[in-house]
Design a protein around this ligand. Structure first.
Ligand SMILES: *[C@@H]1O[C@H](CO)[C@@H](O)[C@H](O)[C@H]1NC(C)=O
Ligand SMILES: *[C@@H]1O[C@H](CO)[C@@H](O)[C@H](O)[C@H]1NC(C)=O
Ligand SMILES: *[C@@H]1O[C@H](CO)[C@@H](O)[C@H](O)[C@H]1NC(C)=O
Ligand SMILES: *[C@@H]1O[C@H](CO)[C@@H](O)[C@H](O)[C@H]1NC(C)=O
Ligand SMILES: *[C@@H]1O[C@H](CO)[C@@H](O)[C@H](O)[C@H]1NC(C)=O
Ligand SMILES: *[C@@H]1O[C@H](CO)[C@@H](O)[C@H](O)[C@H]1NC(C)=O
Length: 362
């Protein structure tokens, strides 16, 4: 092999060497990961030995050759049909950054191409966009990109590791729709939008928006998704006794004093049915002074068991709803089970019959 001094000399005097070298190759790798350095060569060197060396390319600078077996740190693969040999450097450290040479051994003068290896941290970015949403909702996040990447592959992944992001992509612009994920690329505005449906608390965390580039590292922008529990302020369980009356007191935010109040029944709040307007056994009495309303059920029936929602906002905005799970049994004691979030009290309303138990859902 030749020293760098003689190399430069050869580059200057030998037209053949100069024309064989395809200029400098720039490669960027992530610290802790691997990098591939691919160098092409002329048809006439298919059967020649190829190698990667560092610094001045003296004998001790040879890192690996195609005549050697793979090493822990380096491996080399010569694709003779494509006339490209690829050296992989594993477990990159900052000290690996710098100047390398791809070489082809031949009698007389070896042929070299200079390689510049740059290293970057395998994490992304200083400013993170925060996105907040709620369980069961769908949320769209927009990722902007520069106009030169219009036709590039777009994708998102979880976490904050650029090096494995594409490999672990949740959705790409090629698939567009994958289970709960959808990706729409608006090339005109330079924005791709990712929509995640039926969010769960598990969807909370860091994500990366990625744009794939062929000749350089992909470009990333991060966002942080926080999925909050959306139900009600409180959820409570109540046992009622059939044949007896039952009174529920539902609180509401003071600013809702003028809103319509309702108690509706159904497993899902989006299609529950209003009990007060549909059943004469249910009566509702608003008490703005205490920011609460009372629903009285005159004579509980077995069929009254189920899920109820106390509401004061027909838009079903997050929070400020009380969810009630009512069980009705024939002879059970109507004790209140204290849910973890509920501070339910059993009280008597003065002047009401002794059997009239009021559940104050504070
Ligand atoms: C390097 O090349 C190998 C073989 O083609 C491939 O499996 C690997 O993903 C590449 N690594 C990087 C960092 O591009
Ligand atoms: C949420 O994640 C935890 C731990 O990763 C897992 O055990 C659980 O099954 C997940 N829940 C849902 C609803 O996906
Ligand atoms: C819920 O109630 C709290 C306190 O009463 C109030 O500050 C908040 O604005 C209410 N939220 C909604 C969505 O009405
Ligand atoms: C109510 O809505 C939920 C969720 O949207 C749905 O799964 C359910 O089938 C609906 N029930 C009725 C009776 O429409
Ligand atoms: C109901 O509550 C009373 C008083 O708190 C208690 O003595 C009784 O054991 C409870 N009954 C049941 C079935 O939990
Ligand atoms: C309410 O009824 C259920 C089912 O009958 C029973 O398991 C539970 O202990 C009851 N709760 C109270 C507080 O009595």
């Amino acid at each position: 092999m030749w020293t760098i001094q003689s190399l430069l000399f050869i580059f200057c005097i030998s037209l053949r060497c100069l024309t064989s070298a395809v200029g400098m190759i720039h490669v960027t790798g992530y610290v802790g990961r691997e990098v591939n350095i691919s160098c092409s060569y002329d048809q006439s060197y298919v059967s020649h030995e190829k190698f990667l060396c560092k610094n001045d390319c003296g004998n001790s600078d040879i890192l690996i050759t195609t005549s050697q077996a793979s090493k822990t740190k380096y491996s080399i693969y010569d694709d003779t049909s494509a006339r490209i040999f690829t050296t992989t450097i594993f477990d990159l450290q900052y000290t690996d950054a710098g100047k390398y040479w791809c070489g082809v051994t031949k009698t007389g003068t070896d042929i070299y191409t200079e390689v510049k290896l740059k290293l970057v941290q395998d994490s992304c970015c200083d400013t993170v966009t925060k996105v907040q949403s709620y369980e069961g909702h769908s949320e769209s996040v927009s990722c902007r990109y520069e106009s030169q990447y219009q036709n590039s592959l777009k994708y998102i992944c979880r976490g904050n590791r650029p090096s494995t992001c594409l490999q672990q992509a949740l959705i790409t612009s090629d698939t567009k729709q994958n289970a709960r994920f959808r990706l729409d690329d608006d090339k005109v505005s330079g924005t791709f939008t990712v929509t995640i449906n039926s969010l769960t608390r598990n969807d909370s965390g860091s994500y990366l928006c990625g744009v794939h580039r062929n000749s350089d590292l992909d470009v990333f922008s991060p966002f942080e998704l926080e999925v909050e529990e959306w139900c009600c302020v409180k959820s409570t369980k109540i046992n009622g006794t059939a044949g007896h009356p039952l009174t529920l007191q539902c609180p509401y935010p003071p600013q809702h004093w003028d809103n319509r109040k309702f108690l509706c029944k159904g497993d899902h709040r989006n299609n529950c049915s209003d009990m007060v307007t549909s059943q004469s056994r249910f009566t509702l009495q608003d008490d703005a002074a205490s920011s609460s309303f009372i629903v009285r059920i005159t004579k509980l029936e077995a069929a009254d068991g189920g899920t109820y929602w106390c509401g004061s906002d027909s838009q079903w905005r997050v929070g400020n709803y009380t969810k009630i799970e009512l069980s009705v049994c024939l002879h059970c004691t109507s004790n209140v089970s204290l849910g973890t979030t509920a501070e339910t009290q059993r009280t008597q309303i003065p002047g009401k019959a002794v059997t009239d138990t009021v559940y104050v859902l504070l």
